[in-house]
Ligand binder design. Structure first.
Ligand code: BGC
Length: 616
């Protein structure tokens, strides 16, 4: 021990010294080098014992960055911040890091100097970063790759971009097994089977967390949403899942068990209910099952204002087993309310101590006690060519070829093609929800202005890059041009997130303009290659009939060129369906293993150029 920190209390000095920690005199020095009051898990009980109730509850609070200043983090000892809505024009890693460090410096000035942690919904790359970050295909596309090694690399890429901005905790991956494509979060799922949940949960988490979570690039992962979020009746987001215990355990739980075995640092509860019981209020699920039976020793976090949204009380949430509560402005009233619940004996102190122990354990695992400040180490990797190349590989491998009449694909690079459709030249549309803003980078349904997706390549630009500008005839969103024999028509869903994407089965169709467009080119005798950009299978039997080739491209993200590289034969198709493709609205929901299973394309279907039809 080389120096003595000016402690806020004699008690802290005693704790710090008894654990052989570095204690420094200069507060700036402490801010830079950290104040490791905890160096091993054995240190945690004494620190918890030394904390006041206010300090403990502060750790349990997570607020939106817009709802708390750095000074408030110090004053109330707030444990974590979610960057929900990025401040406009924060385009550099340096700008993000300096904000993160401003908050952290204040956290380190609290009596015990416990570091705070920044969290974000990096669900497909560092997708809320305002500048040049790589946007990955959404999970539905990753599931189609059937390539867990690649997914691990993609998660690691994301971790590097996150740590370059001072963010050490991501609310990803979603490991939902989506059982009804009407659900607006279907695209956050790898597919309809537990096999895909198990295939991708652990590599995803391992990519984020690495073998050593204290490594400069590693970030804490969150498996979400516990549990059976993808089983909601009629695909109604935040609704009720009618499932037997056997279905729950066999189909929705296994990925969580793997995640726990691997050491995932946190698990987020689902907004939804199971057989009428809100998960957010369920001690049976969060404490008895997750913590006690499955032995999860990390942090159980609510969803965004999950207690309030669930119509529950803080007491119910606390006694159910939550360790961290995600709040917006309401933290200001919730914090004293939690303190009162404990003081009045309605929530036992032991429950609070359990929560704080887990939070400190997570912060220890993240190495925050020894390295609380952000690191510029991976700044150059943000949006780098290497990262974009990897994301482009993911795009290529995610594409599923549903139809290829007379081997029209791959296209000849020397022929000219018409490129047309709402999604041909729209990077916001190809990225989908959770990109730059909650509902997506376009002007969304709430009227929030569009945001640029810096560094992204649209599908038409990708085609130009692959075959040259001269061979590409741009017919815009809906133009007709008969100068080429082949039209690549790129159409699909506009972005959405969560319940905003819930649909009736009959609504899972292209717009009438999109349908007319395909029909028009078909009727004119042009060979139509349809590229569908969507967060799920759509009812497109007629459009498939009118197309010579049909490709499900899901929500590919920023690297649109991956699509062209496969269409023009630089690479073969390899993607396979993670979801059964229905013939008609009355077949929805349809899942492999159903009695009388007769989809248009079965789970696992996907053609390749060598004509073999892959199928699982
Ligand atoms: C979503 C979560 C997300 C949280 C924080 C919620 O609405 O359900 O998946 O992590 O918001 O943004």
């Amino acid at each position: 021990m080389t120096s003595i920190r000016l402690c806020g209390s004699i008690l802290l000095c005693t704790i710090a010294m008894s654990y052989g920690c570095t204690v420094v005199t200069d507060s700036d020095d402490a801010a830079v080098h950290g104040n490791p009051v905890i160096t091993t898990e054995d240190d945690i009980p004494a620190v918890v014992a030394a904390m006041t109730l206010e300090e403990k509850v502060g750790q349990m609070v997570q607020t939106d960055i817009a709802a708390a200043t750095p000074e408030e983090v110090r004053q109330f000892g707030i444990g974590s911040i979610i960057i929900l809505i990025p401040e406009g024009n924060l385009k550099t890693t340096q700008a993000w890091r300096s904000i993160a460090d401003d908050y952290q410096k204040e956290a380190l000035q609290t009596r015990l100097g416990i570091p705070m942690v920044f969290a974000i919904d990096a669900v497909h790359g560092h997708s809320y970063f305002d500048g040049n970050s790589v946007i990955l295909p959404h999970n539905i596309g990753l599931g189609a790759t059937r390539n867990p090694q690649l997914v691990e690399q993609l998660a690691q890429l994301t971790a590097k971009e996150l740590s370059a901005t001072g963010v050490r905790w991501t609310f990803s991956p979603t490991i939902a097994v989506a059982r009804n494509i009407r659900w607006g979060r279907t695209f956050e799922s790898f597919g309809e089977t537990v096999a895909l949940q198990k295939m991708f949960a652990t590599p995803f988490i391992e990519g984020y967390q690495g073998k050593d979570l204290t490594a400069a690039y590693a970030v804490g992962a969150t498996a979400k949403h516990f549990v059976a979020d993808g089983a909601v009746d009629d695909g109604v987001d935040r609704g009720n899942a009618t499932v037997t215990e056997m279905q729950l355990r066999a189909m929705h739980l296994p990925g969580f068990i793997d995640a726990i075995d691997l050491g995932v640092v946190s698990i987020m509860a689902s907004f939804s209910s199971i057989n009428g019981e809100k998960v957010h209020g369920s001690k049976a699920l969060l404490t008895d099952l997750l913590k006690n039976e499955l032995g999860f020793d990390g942090v159980v976090i609510t969803d965004w204002e999950g207690i309030d949204i669930g119509g529950l009380t803080l007491k119910e949430g606390l006694n159910a087993g939550f360790d961290v509560f995600m709040f917006a402005q309401s933290w200001k009233t919730s914090m004293p309310a939690i303190i009162e619940l404990v003081e009045s004996g309605e929530v036992p102190v032991a429950r609070i101590d359990d929560a704080v122990t887990r939070i400190l354990r997570m912060k220890l695992r993240l190495g925050l006690f020894s390295r609380p400040m952000s690191s510029p180490q991976y700044a150059n990797s943000m949006g780098s060519t290497a990262h974009r190349n990897l994301a482009r590989q993911a795009v290529r491998e995610s594409l599923v070829l549903l139809k290829n009449d007379a081997g029209i694909l791959p296209l000849d690079k020397r022929q000219s093609v018409v490129v047309v459709g709402s999604h041909a030249n729209n990077v916001a549309f190809q990225c989908g929800g959770w990109t730059k803003k909650w509902q997506g980078a376009h002007t969304d349904l709430f009227g929030h202005p569009a945001r640029p997706v810096d560094g992204a390549t649209s599908i038409i630009d990708g085609i130009r890059n692959v075959i040259g500008h001269d061979n590409v005839i741009d017919a815009g969103v809906s133009g007709f041009n008969s100068d080429a024999d082949v039209a690549i028509v790129v159409v699909g869903e506009t972005p959405y997130a969560e319940g905003q994407g819930d649909r009736a089965a009959a609504e899972l169709v292209l717009t009438s303009e999109q349908r007319v467009l395909i029909q028009r080119y078909h009727d004119a005798g042009t060979k139509v290659i349809t590229v569908l950009i969507s967060g799920r299978p759509l009812l497109v039997s007629d459009q498939i009939d009118q197309s010579a080739a049909f490709v499900a491209a899901w929500l590919p993200g920023s690297e649109g060129q991956g699509v062209a590289e496969v269409l023009f034969g630089d690479y073969d198709f390899s993607g396979k369906l993670g979801f059964s493709w229905p013939r008609s609205a009355d077949q929805i929901p349809i899942n492999v293993g159903d009695p009388d299973y007769d989809p248009l394309y079965q789970y696992g279907y996907g053609m390749t150029y060598d004509r073999s039809i892959a199928s699982e």
